[in-house]
Write a protein that binds this ligand. Structure first.
Ligand SMILES: Cc1ncc(C[n+]2csc(CCOP(=O)(O)OP(=O)(O)O)c2C)c(N)n1
Ligand SMILES: [Mg+2]
Length: 355
C-alpha cells in the first residue's frame, strides 16, 4: 500500500500573512537558526540579483534566474547534514554557497571557465545539471549506493515541474522507490517550464500525486515559506535515515522572473500575476515574520545584506582575475583517440580568438 503522509493534499504553511492567517512555528529551531536561515536567504537573493547585473554587463554568460526560489533552496538544505548529497539543476546553481563554496567558483561556471568546475566530494554537491531530469536517476543510484555501503547520508535531487514529464524522472523515482533509497525528490513547481504552463504539462491534479505510482509519499508545501520547506524536508530526511525510503516534496511557488536572461516572458505570461507574486516573494515574507517575532532588527538585516554584497563583489573580482582558459581544453577530453581534424580545428579556433 502506498503510504500517504497527513495533510499531503493541502500546502503546508508556517508563515502567516500578518493579518488574518496566523504565524506558526517550527519545533526545534532556535533564534540563532532563524537568523542563520535569514542569512542564507539573503546570500542567495544577493547572488541572484548581482548575477543578473553581471550578465547585463557582459561579465557572465546566460544565467538562470532563481528570484523567489530562495526559500525552497535554503529551507531544504538547512534540513540536511553536511554529509548529505545535493544534486542541483541549473535553477539551484548557487546552492553550493550554502555549503561555503566561494561565489567565484559559481560565477566562473556561468563564465564557462574551468575554475567553475569543482570536485563534488569537496562539498557533497554534484555538478549542476542542465539536461532536464537526467540527474534524477544518478541521484537515485547514488542514494541506493549510500544505503548499500551503510553510509547514513541521504541525497536530495532538485528539479522543476517540467522535469516530471521526462522519462528520467520516472525511471529514477521508480528505482528509488523499489530500492527504498534514502532520496528526497524535491520538485520546484514554479508553474512554468519556460513558456509551457503546468496545466499543459500534466493531467494529474498535483505533481506530488506522481509519487504515489512509485510507492513514495508525496508532500505539498508552500515553496515561498522557508520554514514550511524546512519542516517538510526534515520529515523526509528522518524517513530516509530511518530506512523508510524516498519522499517526494512538491514545493509550489510561481516563477516571478524570466526563465533565464535569454527569455522574454512578456510573450506568454500575465504581468499582473507576476506582480502579485513579486509582492509576496519569499525573502520579504520571512523578514516580516521575523520582525513580527521581534527577532530581526532593521540594522541586523542591513548588516546581512552588506555582508552578502561584499562577498559577491569579491567573488566577481576573483572570477575575473582568472587567466583565460586554454582553448585546447575544449578538445583534450573529448575522445580517447582524437580525430586527425582536431589539430587544424584547434589552430583555427586559436586564430579566431587571437584575431
Ligand atoms: C532534456 C532537455 N530537454 C529540453 C531542455 C530545454 N529546457 C531548458 S529549461 C526547460 C524547462 C524546464 O522546466 P522545469 O522542469 O519546470 O524547470 P524550471 O526551469 O522551471 O526550474 C527546457 C525544456 C533541456 N535543458 N533538457
Ligand atoms: Mg518550472
Amino acid at each position: 500500500m502506498t503510504e500517504v503522509l497527513p495533510a499531503e493534499r493541502d500546502l503546508r504553511r508556517v508563515i502567516g500573512d500578518g493579518e488574518t492567517v496566523p504565524d506558526g512555528e517550527v519545533q526545534g529551531l532556535s533564534e540563532a537558526d532563524l537568523l542563520e536561515l535569514h542569512r542564507w536567504l539573503v546570500l542567495l537573493r544577493t547572488y541572484d540579483e548581482r548575477s543578473v547585473v553581471y550578465h547585463r554587463q557582459g561579465r557572465i554568460g546566460t544565467y538562470a534566474i532563481f528570484w523567489n526560489h530562495e526559500a525552497m533552496q535554503a529551507g531544504s538544505v538547512y534540513a540536511l547534514e553536511r554529509g548529505d548529497w545535493i544534486f542541483p539543476s541549473y535553477r539551484e546553481s548557487a546552492i553550493g554557497l550554502l555549503r561555503g563554496m566561494p561565489p567565484s567558483t559559481l560565477l566562473s561556471w556561468w563564465r564557462g571557465h574551468p575554475a567553475g568546475w569543482w570536485n563534488p566530494r569537496d562539498w557533497n554537491v554534484a555538478s549542476i545539471c542542465v539536461p532536464i531530469a537526467t540527474h534524477v536517476p544518478h541521484a537515485a543510484g547514488f542514494a541506493w549506493g549510500s544505503k548499500l555501503r551503510g553510509d547514513p547520508a541521504c541525497t536530495i535531487a532538485y528539479f522543476g515541474d517540467g522535469a516530471t514529464s521526462e522519462g528520467a524522472f520516472h525511471e529514477g523515482a521508480n528505482l528509488a522507490g523499489v530500492m527504498r533509497a534514502p532520496l528526497i525528490l524535491f520538485c520546484n513547481n514554479n508553474q512554468w517550464a519556460i513558456s509551457t504552463p503546468v496545466e499543459a504539462q500534466t493531467a494529474a491534479e498535483t505533481l506530488a500525486d506522481k509519487a504515489a505510482g512509485y510507492g513514495i509519499p508525496g508532500i505539498r508545501v508552500d515553496g515561498a515559506d522557508v520554514l514550511a520547506v524546512y519542516e517538510a524536508t526534515r520529515d523526509a530526511v528522518s524517513r530516509a535515515r530511518a530506512g523508510e525510503g524516498p519522499t517526494m516534496i512538491e514545493a509550489v511557488t510561481y516563477r516571478a522572473a524570466p526563465h533565464a536572461t535569454a527569455d522574454d516572458p512578456s510573450a506568454y505570461i500575465d504581468p499582473e500575476r507576476v506582480e502579485e507574486e513579486r509582492q509576496r516573494e519569499c525573502v520579504g515574507r520571512y523578514e516580516a515574520y521575523l520582525r513580527r517575532l521581534g527577532v530581526l532588527s532593521a540594522e541586523a538585516a542591513e548588516a546581512v545584506r552588506a555582508e552578502a554584497a561584499d562577498l559577491m563583489r569579491a567573488g566577481i573580482a576573483e572570477a575575473e582575475a582568472e587567466p583565460p582558459a586554454d582553448p585546447a581544453l575544449l578538445f583534450s577530453h573529448a575522445y580517447a583517440e582524437p580525430p586527425a581534424s582536431f589539430d587544424a580545428d584547434l589552430a583555427e579556433l586559436r586564430r579566431v580568438l587571437d584575431g
